[in-house]
Ligand binder design. Sequence first.
Ligand SMILES: Cc1cc2nc3c(=O)[nH]c(=O)nc-3n(C[C@H](O)[C@H](O)[C@H](O)COP(=O)(O)OP(=O)(O)OC[C@H]3O[C@@H](n4cnc5c(N)ncnc54)[C@H](O)[C@@H]3O)c2cc1C
Length: 652
Amino acid sequence: MTKRARKSDENEGQGGIGATKHGDRTLGMNARICRRDFLNSMLLASGSVLLKPLTPLQFLGQLPSGQQPSWGGYTGVGDYAGANGNTQKVMLAAHAVRDGAFDSPSASAADTGEVFDLVVVGGGISGLASALYFKDQAQPKQTCLVLENHPIFGGQARRNEFIVDGQRLMAPQGSNWFWVPNSTKLVGEFYARVGVDPGEFKYQVWGGPPPAMPLSRTSYHFARNLPSPPNFGFYFGGKFGQRPGKWLVDPWRHLDRLPLSPELRADFARYLQAVIDFHRGAGGETGEAELRRLDTVTAEDVLAERHGISREFIRLFVAPHSAAAIGAGPDAITGCRYELYGSGDNITRHSFPGGNTGFTRHVVKTLLPDAIPGPSTLEAVCRNPVNFGALDRPASQVRIRLGSTAVRVEHEGEPGKSSFVRITYTRDGKVYRLKARTVVMAGGGWITKHVVRDLPPTHREAYDQFHYSATVVANVAMRNWRFLHKLGLSGGRWFDGFGFWTEVRTIARFGSDSPTIGPDSPTVLSLIVPFHYPGLPLAEQCSRGRAELMSTSFRDFERKIREQFTDMFSMSEFDARRDIAGIILNRWGHHFVVPQPGFVYGRDGKPAPPDVLRKAPFGRIAFANTDLSADSGHDRAIIEGHRAVTQLLALL
Ligand SMILES: Cc1cc2nc3c(=O)[nH]c(=O)nc-3n(C[C@H](O)[C@H](O)[C@H](O)COP(=O)(O)OP(=O)(O)OC[C@H]3O[C@@H](n4cnc5c(N)ncnc54)[C@H](O)[C@@H]3O)c2cc1C
């Protein structure tokens, strides 16, 4: 037994942050499965540091070397190992920009001598789509470089991979599902352009004991879309007077059994009815005048007024879904983003095995065919490893430079008259500079406003009204999910503790080792955990959430996860030591821009903040990223990329 393991075992049953009601041993905190490399690095860290609460500053690299606690934790296998969420290295580089480390042009920046027709800052869906729209419309000799700060392209659309008992498992780090038909023709055409035919998506079929359970294709279908199928449940623990806690299977058909006050039970029933009515088409389309009015109030006001449901219910049930999908609960978002989550809509939901990572891989394959070996099929693009050497070759029209943070972007001379934009970036601790005729800033407003040095006050003020929430996505690899199946469940929702819901996904077959799935199959259960604090001012909700996200160690998150599962499933023979094969945390410091009232139509006679940035390029710089929409989906990332490139092509 290692020194570290002995120390934790001594913590069984004691108080303090190093101990829990279940004890480290019961929770499997020292299990050496799927986490070996991470645990070895943890052994180097001092136990006393690990047991103390840590401030964000400590996590930002302020501790003496050798005493830095591991922040990123285990990162998985495959192309995305070392690239889980916002990595600590990327965060430190970005915060150095914010904190003024590059406020003066660096005299020592090495000039690469390169001049590109377009430089795209940010290799997420929006930046990659920009590069593709450029390639499709520019002259063959015109060139493009994408600068991306993470070790792999994709942004919020990246995936985690595990090997569990010989099976390769994938799960989205962030962006998860897409839908057909997409409401925008441009997006449907984009799918086709990159070789994705949703009609080819076939999913694993039931391979467990009869009867077959319907399974979700995404990580939040059954939790959000009502009424969920009978194999979805609600868990109520100590907060609701349930000791031991209990599961209510098929709760939407048994609302009278919810261990809640009669008022809250009635709210559940009213909400369900509202969802059903809404998806039957009751209420019809909302006109622009009404949308403008709704943009002056919060979504919580609208929900309460229209459906007669209490704010207590909204904050208990609706807010976590809203925070996961829009960045904050209805208390903080504009009334025109008010939503009833339901399933009666006419769309088909799809998810690549690693979520919308699939699109980013297909875009890269389309831009640079050698970057992912093999044919352009769903299977090859999903499963074959990225050939990183092919991403940044001088002969390519479009190049992708990874691990590169743009720290200064500025026109040479007056923006309206200049012919070039100068870009300074850091890579592996060195500073470089190059030139571009045009630039798309696709990295997100939280950093763009610091990087673009000559940004006019109008644009800066607009970006100052963008508030970003924080979220952690924990992917928990399980050896099997018998513990759920024994309860008659494939997923469930809870209202207390860490996380809010989880559900077993059936995986698109082109990316799964097995064509079938059943309770004996290994699977990845995702916990999407937004940090939101209903009732507080939005800016405070966002900064508090980021502080919590940054200052919680991997080990403390891991303990919360193991404890939550043990609380909920030990009744059905779940054993965290045996059943959890690995955990990857994906920390998103700037998950979604939260559209507060006024974000969509503007306030006090001023234009909406995103419109200031979208309207026209600033000199030779255009702005993309999904945050320019009040509805930050992958589709908006594509649309904003298209618009930004179209604006710039006229300048080339
Ligand atoms: C947890 C989560 C779940 C989601 N689920 C869904 C879903 O199910 N369906 C859906 O449609 N959408 C979903 N989304 C939203 C969707 O993923 C995003 O809208 C989309 O991926 C954003 O793409 P983007 O390119 O605009 O931004 P990003 O993905 O943020 O990409 C920007 C990239 O630029 C990099 N960058 C920033 N600044 C710099 C710099 N100075 N230099 C170099 N690089 C820089 C960033 O690190 C990042 O990699 C989800 C998002 C999250 C976080």
